[in-house]
Ligand binder design. Structure first.
Ligand SMILES: Nc1nc2c(ncn2[C@@H]2O[C@H](COP(=O)(O)OP(=O)(O)OP(=O)(O)O)[C@@H](O)[C@H]2O)c(=O)[nH]1
Ligand SMILES: [Mg+2]
Length: 460
């Protein structure tokens, strides 16, 4: 995106669908002079004001016999506008040829057509919005459900930026103490003990982890529905995946612990495209082994999922204690959990079966059809809660930068714990501060801005 903040920009700010009224928006230092010439009357206002007038139209208007149109004008003369610079909105009859002709005339008077998102970009550059808030504007525009709108409005209100800003300020304070100590290293004056430094850093690392976790669950829920099969080893997860897909995609064996890597396949569930993931069985493992690593993968997939099917072997049912512990832990990770009793052809724990949403056998295609129907119904109910692409993109961007800050903080903690030199600690902290600053957009690259604001429509 090429930026020239000296230009005064103009664009149609209302939608393209036919409507009684349309809005044309201008922003930039020439706004007053352009609008004055447009309505042939000098605007004198020093505060936000409304005016009425008749505006001249572009050359094309000759063919309809009139070269002027009545406009209501909202005018902001100074930095107290949305964009932080002189700004005007012209409200007029919602006829597209007339609106286009008005824009043509405004361009002839010296304005430039705005690029995508340029009004919001100016607002961001003027410090009126930080980056997550600017992205939230897009989220509000794109919202398709009440949930989307609530998330976007909360972000606009600062629920993403505020905690990040607070953590960054705490890091700046710790770094300042540390660097003050470095200046007085000869005199042996200590501004902060390594214990309180470690304590402060640990608190920041914990809070960063919590924010990342929150964004992970939000960002992960993109438009493609994702379903994960979970359960104890040998509970029949891989067999169920194969039955749902209709081919042998995952390895099945009587040996517990067969599946390690998560296997994801796309499957059509009564007209819905679903990403179905088979995972390793849930186990408590202390050692460092491939099976223990598989538990990490499992957790990661669960955090991205919309629905989990908890596979419960009716032949070898789990204990009640296990069930209630899993229920609680799974529910904290994803929105919807369905209990599915497996291997009905082999055995029947009727007590557990009655508590399941449904029971299946991998060898009984009718039961698999019933599972598909139940899954489709559940996904229809859950999809209303999926976030729009805009909110998904913000969560992904912020999370990436927060993870960099988290890694730098962890490295700093490690250096403090091993008394490895305060200069090195300070340098890691500065990295973390920069990473947090880019989350809120106080340090930004043109690439990122171009990518974000390029997703807006023109006029916003
Ligand atoms: N009779 C019968 N056997 C089943 C059914 N589902 C799974 N099995 C058997 O149960 C054993 C374990 O099945 P898997 O699908 O590998 O179980 P899993 O949950 O993926 O196991 P891990 O990957 O080890 O966690 C295999 O011997 C399967 O043939 C079923 O519906 N009926
Ligand atoms: Mg398996």
């Amino acid at each position: 995106m090429k930026l020239d903040l000296q230009r005064t920009i103009v664009a149609v700010a209302s939608g393209v669908a036919p409507a009684r009224r349309a809005i044309v928006r201008l922003s930039g230092h020439e706004t007053r002079s352009i609008v004055s010439r447009l309505i042939d009357r000098e605007i004198q206002a020093n505060a936000a004001t409304t005016l009425q007038g008749s505006a001249g139209l572009g050359s094309k208007s000759g063919c309809w016999g009139s070269s002027r149109v009545d406009v209501n004008i909202l005018y902001w003369p100074d930095h107290r506008s949305y964009t932080g610079e002189p700004c005007a909105e012209l409200h007029l009859l919602g006829s597209m040829p007339i609106v286009e002709s008005l824009v043509e005339r405004i361009v002839a008077l010296g304005a430039s057509p705005a690029q995508r998102g340029e009004f919001t970009l100016r607002s961001f550059l003027a410090g009126k919005l930080d980056l997550p808030q600017a992205e939230a504007v897009l989220g509000v525009i794109e919202a398709e459900s009440d949930d989307d709108l609530t998330a976007a409005l909360q972000q606009l209100g600062g629920n993403v930026s505020k905690p990040v800003r607070r953590l960054r300020d705490q890091l700046i304070e710790l770094t300042a103490h540390l660097e003050a100590g470095l200046d007085f290293v000869e005199e042996d004056i200590e501004f902060i003990t390594s214990d309180s430094l470690a304590e402060g850093l640990q608190r920041i690392a914990d809070e960063l982890a919590a924010i990342i976790e929150q964004l992970r669950s939000r960002g992960a829920r993109s438009r493609n529905a994702s379903v994960v099969l979970v359960g104890l080893p040998n509970s029949g997860k891989s067999s169920l995946l194969n039955a749902l897909v209709g081919s042998q995609r995952a390895i099945v064996s009587p040996q517990a612990g067969t599946t390690r890597d998560a296997v994801t396949v796309r499957v059509d569930v009564n007209g819905l495209t679903v990403e179905l993931t088979d995972t390793a069985g849930i186990e408590e493992l202390q050692e460092q082994s491939p099976r223990a690593m598989a538990q990490e993968i499992l957790r990661d997939r669960l955090l991205r999922a919309d629905v989990a099917l908890l596979c419960l072997d009716l032949q070898q049912p789990p204990t009640d204690a296990w069930l209630s512990a899993q229920q609680a832990s799974l529910q904290s990770m994803l929105p919807t959990l369905l209990w599915v009793g497996t291997k009905t052809d082999l055995a029947h724990d009727s007590e557990l079966a009655t508590r399941c949403a449904l029971t299946v056998s991998a060898h009984d295609s009718n039961s698999i059809q019933r599972l598909k129907a139940k899954l489709a119904q559940t996904l229809h109910e859950t999809r209303g809660q999926l976030h729009s692409d805009a909110m998904h993109a913000t969560a992904t961007r912020c999370r990436g930068e927060l993870e960099l800050a988290q890694a730098a903080t962890e490295r700093a903690l490690h250096l403090v714990a091993h008394a490895m030199g305060e200069e090195l600690v300070a340098s890691e902290l500065r990295t973390a501060i920069d990473d947090l600053s880019s989350v809120i957009g106080e340090v930004h690259s043109e690439d990122i801005l171009g990518e974000i604001f390029g997703r807006f429509c023109i006029g916003k």
